[in-house]
Design a protein around this ligand. Sequence first.
Ligand SMILES: [Mg+2]
Length: 378
Amino acid sequence: MKIVDAEAYICHFPLREPFHPSWIPGLPSHANSAVILRLMTDEGIDGVCSGVAFAGEWKGFPELIKVFLVGRDPFSVEDFVQVLRSAKVIGFRAWFVEIALWDIIGKATGQPVYRLLGGARDRVKAYASTGELRDPETRARDAVRLVEEGFRAIKLRIRYDDIRRDLAVVEAVRVAVGDEVEIMVDANQAWLIHGFGPYPKWDLKRAMTVARELEKLGVAWLEEPLRMRDYEGLATLRRFTTVPISGGELNDDLDDFRELINRGCYDIIQPDVTFAGGILAGRKLAAMAEAAHIIYNPHTWTNGLGLAANLQLMGAIPNCTHCEYPYDPPGWTPEGRDAMLTEPIRIDGEGYVNIPSRPGLGVEVDWEKVRAHGERVL
Ligand SMILES: [Mg+2]
């Protein structure tokens, strides 16, 4: 089998309401922006993948990468990973392209990717991953609604200047949902986006103070309390507290995670297959984590295709416990998040996400919608 052609779009799917991500303070999102790449093979099988876009930053890239894709056997994943490693050298962090190869491999073999790479589970417990900073009363009301919708776990952002405001949100939600619902908190300190609005910068002492309080609130994990390569700080914090420490959503490739794992930084690593090296790298990182008794719960906050790709990995590996389900209405909804798919990915009645079981990534792209909201760049 050979790849014979490719097409690509830069899409801006409008959101129903503006969304205010806590990790980019001062810059509301009005659209779910994505680059979508489709590879065609000589056997009539297509593979698709998507990466996050902001403006037109991916414009020239599809043409550049097409040279390396056309004529290639889509099963030669290891070889192509090295092409993407080279792309990073010249400024394109394009690991997501590898996912399209797995979509093809799955379709060619008639299996969803997760069954080809381990077949560990058919569904995974979802946590509603909220994204905005909201006052304690509002968040408590939101949380009750999420539980009514079926969620058994909720992630909150703690990113106020004042620690007391952060803790007040977690306390209010704990009181509102009781002890049976899991609460995760994300400080988004690993990578800071500067230039739009103010944001807090945590240090080890603040992280320790917060972790001690979160212990009392029975929090399932504290995510990204420190910078992404503060190995010493993270390892010290992890030894200091009983709250599991998680992170790694924007670290990438094997050597980066080798350091995080070997230095004892995290209880839970969160590489996202679209950012961290692709699906095969995710499978390798899962094994590295497994050997160190570390959980691997991928970050998924990109879009529906990215969520689908990470779900396939979650289904493949033994050490995954939770699926990040990005959801914070009215701005960030399944319909907006998965706008490029024919159907949004949803949770079942018990708060789990079923791993899409059709061949490949298991989801279908709505090409009419992609063309309607996208600019063709290849
Ligand atoms: Mg996060």
